[in-house]
Unconditional design. Structure first.
Length: 419
């Protein structure tokens, strides 16, 4: 029987080791070799993609431009100048990269069209799915951060007085600083969260909480709370809500002002899900109401149409809010916040919504706005909270007397079903 000597064994072992190293090197080299460093179809983005082919053509036809981006060309250009310094890459990129203006155009079309647009975006804009997700998320974050300081009202006493004056002139509601409400934004169920995002409508959502002024602009937004929460639960956890419900001076609210000779605090109006406090006034309950109380509820509901119209305009303009989001809640939060900032951005540039919003004729008859023909975000179903605040009850009682005896609208009794 033949046996290997020590030298032969060393030679065999060395040979095996060398062969192993060679094979490993070959596998690594093969792994790093790609037939093409990017999909050839995507590489033609800047010559054959939608932006390269259609963007300049749409600028020749303003209606086409507006239908696709839901804003006028001058508004698009102003927005681009506001965000371009953060959209442009900080270092040299590939020649087939996505330009700053293309990123903005892509994101606005997504916001206008929603998930339906995202499904064919890769074909039209020639972007990969991963690039699409990153572009939308990053651009929405930049839009919100760049617009937040200028398009949302600064909390100064003078600005609050302007809001109150507008509510008095336009909606016959004195001392009112805004209208509060919340909506569900539908999302795909996130992984490993149980029923946290499962709402009373039996789908998963995050909550958009907002306050609007008399002109349908948002003065406050909070996005991202799980759908299982109610109006007050969400509102009381926000910094804005804490300041309101605790009546602290941080927001620089105006001092009490007279209404029919009685000094009253300035307040926000809300639905029955909110508590009745010194700063939040809500309607009388749905029990046996007398005529005066029904008139008050009508007047409050009439003024609260501001926030309903604000949400209606928002979801009508940005179609993504009318569909189910398939991405993670953190990304949805950025998208919704960007939509709200763009909402104010366009309103501040005299965008006309004459036929879009709910309005009243001379006889006080409600003419429903066009936004009601579109699917809307669902209302929050909040929880009633405790006993009414003594000052809140006093304000509501005095306003009831004021609306029924002093500041009488000629149509209010009929519209409140009191005759």
């Amino acid at each position: 029987m033949n046996s290997f000597g020590e030298d032969e064994l060393l030679i065999v072992a060395a040979s095996i080791l060398i062969i192993g190293l060679i094979l490993k090197k070959n596998r690594s080299a093969h792994k790093n070799i790609r037939s093409c460093w990017v999909n050839p179809y995507l590489r033609q983005r800047n010559t054959k993609g939608r932006f390269a082919q259609d963007f300049n053509d749409m600028r020749e036809w303003n209606n086409e431009f507006t239908q696709n981006f839901h804003m006028e060309q001058d508004q698009f250009e102003e927005l681009f100048q506001r965000v371009r310094h953060r959209l442009e890459p900080k270092r040299c990129t590939r020649p087939d990269g996505i330009s700053a203006k293309q990123r903005l155009a892509y994101t606005l079309e997504y916001l206008a069209g929603g998930p339906f647009f995202e499904r064919y975006a890769a074909s039209n804009y020639r972007t990969s799915k991963s690039s699409s997700c990153n572009v939308i998320k990053e651009t929405c974050q930049i839009i919100y951060e760049e617009l937040a300081n200028t398009e949302f009202m600064a909390y100064t006493e003078d600005n609050w007085r302007t809001v109150a004056d507008d509510y008095t002139k336009k909606w016959n509601m004195p001392n009112c600083l805004g209208s509060l409400d919340g909506k569900h934004v539908r999302i795909k169920c996130p992984s490993n969260v149980g029923s946290l995002y499962y709402n009373y409508k039996r789908y998963h959502s995050i909550i958009l909480m907002a306050a609007s002024d008399a002109n349908y602009e948002f003065t406050f937004i909070d996005v991202g709370s799980p759908g299982a929460d109610g109006d007050v639960n969400v509102f009381s956890r926000t910094d804005f809500g804490k300041h309101i419900l605790e009546d602290d001076p941080f927001l620089n609210l105006p001092p009490d002002a007279p209404v029919n000779g009685v000094d009253m605090p300035h307040f926000f109006i809300a639905d029955d899900a909110f508590p009745l406090t010194r700063r939040t006034i809500k309607p009388y309950g749905s029990g046996e109401l007398n005529n005066d109380q029904r008139v008050f509820n009508y007047r409050l509901s009439r003024a609260r149409r501001t926030v309903e119209n604000a949400f209606g305009i928002l979801s009508m303009r940005w179609g993504c809010l009318r569909s189910e989001f398939l991405c993670a809640p953190d990304k949805v939060k950025l998208i919704v916040a960007a939509c709200c900032a763009l909402h104010n951005f366009l309103l501040n540039r005299n965008a006309s919504y004459a036929k879009v919003v709910d309005r009243y004729d001379r006889d006080g008859k409600l003419i429903e706005g066009e936004w009601r023909t579109f699917q809307q975000m669902d209302q929050i179903n909040g929880q009633k909270r405790g006993r009414p605040h003594e000052t809140g009850s006093f304000i509501r009682r005095k306003l009831t007397e004021y609306f029924n005896n002093i500041d009488i609208l000629p149509f209010q009794f009929e519209r409140a079903n009191c005759l």
